[in-house]
Design a protein around this ligand. Structure first.
Ligand SMILES: O=P(O)(O)OC[C@H]1O[C@H](OP(=O)(O)OP(=O)(O)O)[C@H](O)[C@@H]1O
Length: 192
């Protein structure tokens, strides 16, 4: 299961962003090439292991968009993109994002109280992004049916669960050890 994802992860180059070991991978960076069969494998796993009984998929710009697109095409569920730019539309919710190497603002439009949502992102690492987006979804009073990150790295998943009370599902756990990506576990279906 998830052979293409695992193989491409262990082959992924690692670069330093400050002190942060950053792996560069097609799913998380769109580099060097996003093979359709890799995206298909990931989208099928998300729809298989995720609870897709929702009104909307929610993803985060930028490297959640291709995932939400593939999952939407597979499930016929529409998706909303949490953007890195403000539109000033009525009801827009601003979110401060921090990662292990950057920070910035995110803006949520298109969601309202009672929407049943599936939140998907490519990576949960420090958990900063997912925590702030979930807290905003809670402020909007959406019904967060399921949350999934394709790759969990470090202890970000546990951080999100502690900060928000929301369980985070993932497909694989990977870490960077001595400059190489190690896939420690296939976590698909493990957390829910
Ligand atoms: O758990 P965290 O430490 O928050 O890291 C995870 C986040 O980092 C990346 O976002 P980023 O804004 O760096 O990049 P992107 O625009 O390429 O998605 C990634 O897409 C996740 O959203």
């Amino acid at each position: 299961m998830l052979e293409k994802l695992v193989k491409s992860l262990v082959e992924a180059p690692v670069v330093k962003k400050g002190d942060y070991d950053y792996f560069v991978h097609p799913i998380t960076d769109g580099v060097p090439l996003v093979e359709a069969n890799l995206l298909q494998e990931v989208a099928e796993a998300v729809s298989k292991f995720g609870n897709m009984d929702v009104d909307k998929i929610v993803c985060v710009e930028a490297m959640g968009i291709h995932l939400a697109t593939a999952i939407s095409l597979l499930t016929n569920i529409p998706f909303v993109v949490v953007r890195k730019r403000s539109y000033g539309l009525e009801g827009e919710v601003a979110v401060h994002q921090t990662t292990g190497y950057s920070e910035g603002e995110l803006y949520i439009n298109g969601l309202r109280r009672g929407d049943r949502v599936f939140l998907v992102d490519d990576v949960v690492s420090t958990g900063g992004t997912m925590t702030s987006v979930i807290k905003a979804l809670q402020r909007i009073e959406t019904d967060i049916v399921d949350v999934m990150a394709i790759i969990e790295k470090g202890d970000g998943r546990e951080f999100v669960e502690k900060e928000t009370g929301i369980k985070v599902n993932t497909l694989v756990r990977a870490n960077v050890i001595d400059g190489k990506v190690v896939v420690e576990k296939i976590t698909a279906g493990q957390h829910n």
